[in-house]
Design a protein around this ligand. Structure first.
Ligand SMILES: [Zn+2]
Length: 95
């Protein structure tokens, strides 16, 4: 007879693995490192490259929309951000 305790039924947490990072949501240095390496390799696959391009595209679109909204609705904040990012180009809130 095999005793099935809670301990034996639970999959063991093996740190330093992508599975532990995703399934157990462990964020220890070993698991975070394994996840980084997994994603680094994934981005080198064709599917990974496509996904990466897609999310980069979404981020650019989102940033553009956010900037337009800010310019329109909060021009003084927009000017402040522009000045902070490039003091020589953006003077007096102009572009
Ligand atoms: Zn871990």
């Amino acid at each position: 007879m095999v005793l099935m305790t809670d301990e034996t039924q639970k999959p063991k947490m093996v740190h330093g693995t992508y599975a532990c990072y995703t399934n157990n949501k462990c964020r220890c240095e070993l698991c975070a490192g394994a996840a980084r390496e997994y994603m680094r390799q994934y981005r080198q696959t064709e599917q990974g490259r496509q996904k990466s391009r897609f999310y980069t595209h979404l981020a650019a679109k989102r940033a553009s929309r956010a900037a337009s909204w800010l310019k329109e609705n909060n021009p003084e904040v927009w000017a402040e951000i522009c000045l902070e990012i490039n003091p020589s180009t953006y003077k007096n809130g102009s572009r």
